[in-house]
Ligand binder design. Structure first.
Ligand code: WT7
Length: 646
């Protein structure tokens, strides 16, 4: 076990809160949420100030979450316009391109204002109105941020789809929220490779109807087909519009965005976030967890296609008037020093990334890090999956030269912002632990019967009361929202995560306890991968489980039963992997496919995943009770095949 890293005197003094202040403020935040969040809500500029703060219920059959409900505001006004007077000439966004030789761009708040207004008017010219859903499928370029803020400015609801998702996945997301507008780019660039974004949109639109307009931003200048009457170049349309665009006055509970995320069953859910509470929470957590101060250069490596990109590349930092760095590339191209070169080039103070990236870079040794300065860094942070203590220590010692606290932030697409996280001036750090709840967050551990566990214990992590950044519903399916999150443990929000609380009250997330995979910090449902596999004409049945993977955290292990008469082969294995890539996207590529003559099932036909997980982990000694299986011989077969393969 690695040691505790105490808060240094220096940090306790300069941070927004020290330990005593954290404890006092936390106690107040949970005993008087109206008072606490009422004051915190004032950090935003409201058009009409709120008079009500919290109005929430987790009651079965009646889940309803409202914050600041009678206030009105605009997110773009808060992220852009309100900074013009004081920091119009300050850089809002630094853009660092994939190719290190391409000049970086510095966009000031004044320029950001012009660009967002221009983009908003382009959208209006396409017919986008308040409340309309706009699908954004973009590379990590400033225009992605302009597009999101432009939607927010005119009251449209964006649904950003990660550029790694396939045409099928895009089509599903467009259909689910009946989006009539798409914003994309000709191509994206990542790690020196081109990504055919517009071509993927074209293929997606073959599979769904209703899209009236596709706005295409130029990134590479590739010659892409444009469908007359549907597709327009952003550049050309932008020439004809004004750079003045009034903001739409939105209610605090009006939708801001939808973001699709995987669950344990069915197709991805549209997580809906609204305007007021979300922005209060994203901006406040950004300030406190990272101890953000004016003038800090801040870099979060997440793609805007994920919630981390929404809350901590764009909305949180910009609401705080920060300088946020957008990086188009990947950590290991053109070399594994890239991140630290970018840190030095732009004098980055706060760096936020995923454990999977840290593990990959750690694998390349210390030298590529040590040859850079990194003197500007003052705080390091992680998100997305549990960080193993070895990677934590490496990040702390080698990247941070043992000067920078490592802030391990646990949260979810559903939570909008950080939920369990150290605060750098307050919380002694334990490598591998997300440590303590953020203000207003009431975590609890329960056993599988819902019995509340006290003190040091391991169980399922639930949150017993609402916080402003919480998702409000599953888009178009409030019943699914209630069933997914509030029915397992009635009256409590169930996170889907397992967790241990130690004798100091520190929380250690142990990973998902449902059928959700976390592959390199990306979330995937086993059911999604299974349905992609069975869509292949030669596959009759499939069961997918996660298994420990040194780099990715979890790898994807697929058991596949073929149609009778089909023969397993190396070729078919490769074909199936490509098939899943095409159906969902590269992040869903199975790492292992085991052809299985049969799957272990109970007599009622339920697949026993517990056994499949054990076999995938190479743990054959402890398969548990197999007596309830319809055909116990199936297990022997699977184990033999697995062992023979080695
Ligand atoms: C799941 C949520 C929230 C942004 C990125 C992922 C896992 C997230 C941590 C962490 C341990 C973590 C959980 C969670 N997770 N952060 N610091 N330590 N696990 O968002 O795709 O909604 O996934 O990621 O399992 O439930 P997401």
């Amino acid at each position: 076990m690695s040691e505790i890293h105490p808060v240094t005197k220096d940090w306790a003094e300069r941070a927004w809160v020290d330990d005593a202040e954290y404890k006092a403020l936390y106690a107040r935040s949970v005993s008087d949420p109206d008072g606490f969040w009422g004051e915190t809500g004032k950090r935003l500029d409201w058009i009409k100030p709120f008079t009500k703060v919290k109005n929430t219920s987790f009651a079965p059959g009646n889940v309803s979450i409202k914050w600041y409900e009678d206030g009105t505001l605009n997110v773009a006004a808060n992220c852009v316009d309100r900074h013009l007077a004081k920091r119009g000439d300050q850089t809002a966004i630094i853009f660092e391109a994939d190719d290190p030789n391409e000049p970086s761009r510095h966009i000031t708040y004044r320029e950001l204002h012009t660009e967002v207004c221009r983009f908003a008017n382009v959208l209006k010219a396409q017919g986008v109105k308040r409340g309309d859903r706009v699908t954004i499928y973009m590379p990590m370029i400033p225009e992605a941020g302009y597009a999101m803020l432009a939607c927010a400015r005119i009251g449209a609801v964006h649904s950003v789809v990660f550029g790694g998702f396939s045409p099928d996945s895009i089509a599903g997301r467009i259909t689910d929220c009946t989006s009539e507008y798409v914003i994309t780019a000709d191509e994206g660039v990542r790690g020196g490779r081109k990504i055919p974004l517009k071509a993927n949109i074209d293929a997606a639109l073959e599979k769904c109807s209703g899209v009236k307009s596709v706005v295409v931003v130029k990134r590479t200048g590739a010659d892409v087909p444009m469908k007359p009457g549907r597709d327009v170049w952003f550049d050309e349309t932008a020439k004809g519009v004004s750079t003045d665009c009034p903001v739409e006055e939105m209610g605090a509970e009006d939708p801001l965005f939808i973001l699709y995320t995987s669950g344990s069953t069915g197709k991805p859910k549209g997580v809906l976030h609204t305007t007021g509470g979300y922005l209060v929470y994203a901006s406040y957590t950004h300030q406190m967890s990272f101890d953000y101060h004016d003038g800090d250069i801040y870099w979060c490596t997440a793609d805007v296609g994920w919630v981390t990109g929404h809350s901590y590349v764009l909305y949180g930092p910009l609401a705080n008037g920060a300088t946020t760095l957008m990086f188009e590339g990947v950590p290991n191209w053109p070399s594994v020093s890239r991140c630290w070169e970018v840190v030095d080039k732009h004098k980055v103070n706060i760096f936020y990334t995923a454990p999977t990236a840290i593990r990959a870079l750690m694998g390349a040794g210390d030298e590529p890090v040590k040859k850079t300065s990194r003197a500007s860094l003052k705080l390091l942070a992680t998100v997305g999956e549990p960080i193993n203590p070895e990677a934590w220590e490496w990040y702390y010692r080698v990247v941070g030269d043992s000067r920078c606290p490592v802030i391990d932030t646990w949260w979810q697409t559903e939570t909008g912002g950080h939920m369990i996280t150290p605060l750098p001036g307050a919380t002694p750090l334990k490598p591998g632990s997300a440590t303590q709840p953020f203000f207003g967050v009431k975590p609890e551990l329960v056993d599988s019967d819902g019995k509340v566990l006290e003190g040091a214990a391991s169980g399922n992590l639930v949150i017993t009361d609402s916080w402003p950044g919480q998702m409000r519903t599953v888009y178009g399916d409030h019943k699914r929202f209630e069933e997914t999150y509030f029915s397992t443990y009635k009256g409590k929000y169930f996170t889907g995560d397992g967790c241990r609380r130690d004798e100091d009250g520190y929380y250690w997330i142990t990973g998902r306890v449902d059928d959700v995979l976390n592959v390199s910090g990306h979330r995937l449902g086993t059911a999604e991968v299974e349905s992609a596999l069975v869509a292949h004409p030669k596959v009759s049945e499939s069961a997918v489980v996660g298994y420990p993977h040194a780099m990715k955290g979890q790898g994807i292990y697929a058991y596949v039963t073929l149609m009778s008469g089909e023969v397993a082969s190396e070729e078919l294995r490769k074909e199936l992997i490509l098939w899943v890539r095409k159906e969902i996207g590269p992040i869903a590529s199975p790492d292992v496919i085991q052809f299985a003559p049969g799957l272990p099932k109970t007599r009622s036909g339920k697949i026993m995943r517990r056994i499949l997980r054990k076999i995938a982990e190479d743990d054959f000694t402890n398969l548990g009770d197999t007596s309830t299986l319809a055909d116990p011989a199936v297990v022997t077969d699977l184990v033999d095949n697995r062992q023979n393969k080695k």
